[in-house]
Design a protein around this ligand. Structure first.
Ligand SMILES: NC(=O)c1ccc[n+]([C@@H]2O[C@H](COP(=O)([O-])OP(=O)(O)OC[C@H]3O[C@@H](n4cnc5c(N)ncnc54)[C@H](OP(=O)(O)O)[C@@H]3O)[C@@H](O)[C@H]2O)c1
Length: 445
C-alpha cells in the first residue's frame, strides 16, 4: 500500500487522441485535481518519431520511443493506449495489465477483436481495462450501458456511430450530390481519410457495434459475425425516393434481440423521418437504446475528434484514479464479463425486415405484373410501388416490401435479375421497422 499523491500516467501515442488527452489535461488540470483530490501527471509519452513537430505544450524529455520506459515504470499507475491498430497496441496493453497497471484505450479495433483476452488479463491481474473512447468518442455510451442501465434487459441498440459516413449522407441529401462528390468534400474538410474504406465500407461501425453488443447484451460478438454493408452504392436518386416516401437514409449499426437470437448488422437504412435518428446530421453520432425498464433513450454528440475522445479517455482515467486515490487502497474494478451469456447471433438470411428495391425496367405494359409475380412466388409481399419517368425506354420502378425474410428477398431478386424486362437492380436498402414498432409500444417515452 502506498500513499497516492498523484496519478501518474503513461500515454502510448501522441497523435489526435494522445495529443488531445495532453491538451485537455493541461487545460482542465485544476478542475480534475479538485474532483479527484489528486492531480493527474503525464510521466511519459510514447511516439514513433521524436523529431515530429507537435502542436501541444509538452516537455520534450517526456517523449520516448521506448515503450519499456512506460511499461516497466513502477510509478506509472495507468497506461493510455492511443496508438491504434492491433500490433503493437495489444502487446503493450497486455504487458501493462500483466505489470499491474490499469489500461485505458480508445482503440475500437483492439477492443472489438481482442476485448475478451484483455478483459481476462484485467480480471487475472485485478486491474482495470477501460474503453469508453472506443465507441462514439465523447458520447458516454459504454458507461451508460454497463452501469446506468445495468438493471435493464436491453432489447435494442441502434446507432449512427460513424461521423464520416453521416457527413457524406447528409451532404448528399442537402446538396443533391452523388456519393463521389460528397466523399471528396469530406476528404477536403478532413472528415474522411485519404483511404476512407474503413469508414465508408462500414468496418469502423462494425467494430463499434461489436463492442456495443458485447456490453449491452453481455455476449461476445466478433466483428466477423456482423453483416456489414457500406454506403458506396447509395445514390442521390435513392435519397430522393427515401424523402418522397418519408424517410432519411442513414448508415445504422443495429443490435437487437429477436426471439432467442441477436441481430447484429451494419447497413444503409431507411429511417422514418419522424424518428430522432433521422435528424442526426453532419458528423454527429447518436445511439438509440431500448431497455425494458427505462424505455427508449437517445445519446447524441460528437463521435470523433481530439476533444471529445480525450473527454472519454480522461473520464476513464478519472474513474480508475478514484479507486486508486481512496486512502491508497488498491483499485478493485468490477470485472466486465461480456462472454457470460448465451445468445446466438442470427444468420443474416433469417432476419426479417422491410426493403426498398429500385429497378430499372423496360417501359412496356405488363412489366409490373411480371415483377410482382416474381416477388410473390418467393413469398415477398409488397407494400407500395412507385413508377416514374414514363415515356423513356427504361424507367425507374420502386418497391417497398412488407416484413420479409432476407433469404426470400434474395431469391426474389435472383429471379428478377433473369427477367428480360429488368435492365438493372439499381438499389436494395433495408427499411427499419423495429424502431417504429418500439416507439409505438412506448408512446409515453
Ligand atoms: N482520431 C479520432 O477522432 C479518434 C476517435 C476515437 C477513437 N480513436 C482511436 O484512437 C486511436 C488513436 O487514433 P489517433 O487518431 O490519435 O491516431 P494518430 O493521430 O495516427 O496517432 C497515433 C500516434 O501513435 C504513435 N504511434 C503509432 N504507431 C506507433 C508505434 N508502433 N510505436 C510508438 N508510437 C506509435 C504515433 O507516433 P508519431 O506521432 O511519432 O507518428 C502517433 O503519435 C485509434 O485506435 C483510433 O481508432 C480516434
Amino acid at each position: 500500500m502506498r500513499y497516492v499523491d498523484a496519478i501518474r500516467i503513461g500515454i502510448l501515442g501522441c497523435g489526435t487522441v494522445g495529443g488531445g488527452v495532453v491538451r485537455v489535461l493541461a487545460e482542465n488540470q485544476d478542475e480534475i485535481a479538485r474532483k479527484l483530490g489528486v492531480p493527474i501527471v503525464v510521466k511519459k509519452v510514447l511516439v514513433k518519431n521524436l523529431s515530429k513537430e507537435r502542436s501541444i505544450d509538452l516537455n520534450p524529455r517526456v517523449l520516448t520511443t521506448n515503450a519499456g520506459e512506460i511499461l516497466d515504470d513502477d510509478e506509472i499507475d495507468v497506461v493510455v493506449e492511443v496508438i491504434g491498430g492491433v500490433n503493437p497496441a495489444k502487446q503493450y496493453a497486455l504487458s501493462a495489465l500483466d505489470a499491474g497497471k490499469h489500461v485505458v484505450t480508445a482503440n475500437k479495433e483492439l477492443v472489438a477483436k481482442h476485448g475478451r483476452e484483455l478483459w481476462e488479463a484485467a480480471e487475472r491481474t485485478r486491474t482495470a481495462f477501460r474503453f469508453e473512447g472506443s465507441v462514439a468518442a465523447g458520447i458516454p455510451i459504454i458507461k451508460a450501458l454497463h452501469e446506468c442501465l445495468a438493471s435493464n434487459r436491453i432489447s435494442e441498440i441502434s446507432g449512427i456511430v460513424n461521423g464520416t459516413t453521416n457527413y457524406i449522407l447528409t451532404k448528399m441529401a442537402r446538396e443533391g450530390w452523388e456519393f463521389e462528390q460528397a466523399l471528396a468534400d469530406a476528404q477536403h474538410k478532413g472528415y474522411a481519410e485519404s483511404d476512407p474504406s474503413s469508414d465508408i465500407d462500414g468496418l469502423d461501425a462494425a467494430y463499434k457495434l461489436a463492442i456495443l453488443a458485447s456490453v449491452g447484451f453481455g455476449v461476445e460478438v466478433a466483428p466477423g459475425q456482423i453483416y456489414t454493408e457500406g454506403i458506396r452504392k447509395v445514390s442521390k436518386t435513392d435519397i430522393q425516393y427515401a424523402r418522397e416516401l418519408g424517410y432519411e437514409i442513414k448508415l445504422l449499426a443495429i443490435a437487437k434481440l429477436d426471439g432467442e437470437g441477436l441481430q447484429v448488422r451494419v447497413h444503409p437504412t431507411f429511417v422514418p423521418a419522424w424518428h430522432p435518428l433521422a435528424s442526426v446530421n453532419d458528423s454527429f453520432n447518436a445511439i438509440f437504446v431500448r431497455g425494458n425498464a427505462v424505455g427508449s433513450l437517445m445519446f447524441y454528440g460528437r463521435g470523433a475528434g481530439a476533444g471529445p475522445t480525450a473527454s472519454a479517455v480522461l473520464s476513464d482515467i478519472m474513474d480508475v484514479a478514484r479507486g486508486l486515490s481512496h486512502n491508497g487502497r488498491h483499485y478493485r474494478p468490477e470485472v466486465f464479463k461480456p462472454w457470460g451469456g448465451r445468445l446466438d447471433v442470427q444468420r443474416m438470411e433469417e432476419i426479417e425486415t422491410r426493403y426498398y428495391v429500385r429497378l430499372q425496367v423496360v417501359d412496356r405494359p405488363g412489366v409490373l405484373a411480371v415483377i410482382a409475380k416474381a416477388f410473390g412466388d418467393n413469398h415477398v409481399s409488397l407494400e407500395s410501388v412507385i413508377q416514374k419517368g414514363t415515356g423513356s425506354p427504361v424507367v425507374g420502378l420502386v418497391f417497398i416490401t412488407h416484413l420479409v425474410k432476407e433469404k426470400n428477398l434474395r431469391s426474389a431478386l435472383a429471379c428478377i435479375r433473369t427477367l428480360s424486362v429488368v435492365k438493372e437492380i439499381a438499389s436494395v436498402i433495408r427499411v427499419e421497422t423495429g424502431i417504429e414498432a418500439d416507439v409505438q409500444r412506448y408512446p409515453h417515452d
